[in-house]
Design a protein around this ligand. Structure first.
Ligand code: ZN
Length: 350
């Protein structure tokens, strides 16, 4: 059987030398997407980047499991998983049914991909029927007449849904909107409001608030230092300086490992140029990327040295953990313990 993607010497060395000893034996990945391409009907909306689809058109649960085996040999990795829905024309029902069945079959945890158009009752019914632990929401599902830069969190995660999520103590995976990313004052105010008004909802800010470059930070960490509960996943972020500030601000108990697979099985290294992140990728590997300001092709030695996006993410966190003096127990919390307490509070109390 041919494998899903190549693991080369450069990857094996990266894993052996920098990651294997740093990572605990058991890992929970709180941010993994599984879907089949047949669920997605609509072309991209222009509200989200398109480069991720060059890496994988779909990610069946079997591919996710194979990816864990290829990337983390010798470790046990389990996901908190959800679908990948970007448009109201996509098939929510098929997408969520697929995740629910896959979760049941493999004993994995899962979130429902929620539409902001759902009533509170509908949301509660969908979560209970699918045995989900909460919701994944996404900005592209906001009402169509809102310009992309003016989308607010409550446009795609409405208050009536937050009320029910709060009441039940359910999980919310939240990718914040707006081009200002983490430093955006509207985002920060809305995040603080969510923590204050919905203290029982378990809100995870994805990708460390999309602060991929130093320019994305602003005074975000000063504002966030006043929060007590918001959680942050490190998925698809490779910025060690941002992780360092995050650790110093919220501590290791509020940080969770997430992969954002399948996009992070991409072979790449990320740089920042004047506040814009650029993914350096081997020439020709991911189709025509010439019109994407976040993608740049490299060749020769530079291309040969590239390993996986997910390895770059974990290595950046490793460097931040070292700089802030995290203990192995702290690291185990980030990669496992915090997620166990989130997903299975009874087990976490033991
Ligand atoms: Zn994601």
């Amino acid at each position: 059987m041919s494998r899903l993607f190549d693991v080369k010497d450069v990857d094996r060395r990266f894993y052996q030398e920098r990651l294997k000893g740093f990572l605990p034996e058991k890992i929970i990945d709180v941010h993994a997407h599984v879907w089949l391409k047949s669920f997605r009907k609509a072309p991209p909306t222009g509200r989200a980047v398109t480069w991720p689809l060059h890496v994988a058109e779909e990610n069946p649960v079997e591919d996710l499991i194979e990816t864990y085996e290829l990337l983390f040999p010798g470790k046990s990795v389990k996901p908190l998983m959800f679908s990948f829905v970007e448009s109201h024309e996509d098939d929510f029902k098929a997408a969520n049914d697929y995740v629910s069945c896959a979760a049941r079959e493999h004993g994995f945890a899962a979130l429902v991909f929620a539409s902001p158009q759902w009533s509170a009752q509908r949301l509660e019914r969908e979560i209970r029927q699918g045995a989900f632990l909460g919701v994944k929401v996404y900005l592209t599902l906001s009402p169509a007449d809102i310009p992309v830069d003016q989308i607010r969190i409550f446009d795609f995660l409405p208050h009536h849904q937050l009320e029910v999520l709060n009441e039940r103590g359910w999980i919310v995976m939240l990718h914040i909107p707006r081009s200002g990313r983490l430093r955006d004052p509207v985002n920060l105010a809305d995040m603080v409001e969510i923590e204050r008004r919905y203290p029982n909802a378990k809100v995870i800010i994805a990708h460390a608030g999309r602060a991929y470059c130093p320019e994305d930070v602003g005074d975000a960490f000063a504002v966030l230092s006043e929060t007590k509960r918001l959680l942050f996943d490190i998925s698809a972020n490779t910025n060690a300086a941002v992780f360092e500030q995050l650790i110093r601000t919220v501590g290791p108990r509020r940080i969770l490992f997430g992969s954002d697979l399948p996009i992070t099985r991409m072979r790449m290294r990320r740089i920042c140029e004047n506040g814009n992140y650029v993914n350096l990728v081997p020439k020709g590997l991911y189709g025509d990327v010439s019109d994407d300001k976040h993608m740049r092709e490299v060749e020769g030695e530079q291309a040969d040295a590239l390993s996986f996006f997910l390895y770059e993410e974990i290595d950046a966190f490793r460097r931040a953990a070292q700089a802030t003096g995290l203990t192995p127990e702290d690291v185990e919390d980030v990669f496992y313990g915090n997620a166990v307490r989130l997903i299975d509070p009874n087990e976490g109390r033991a």
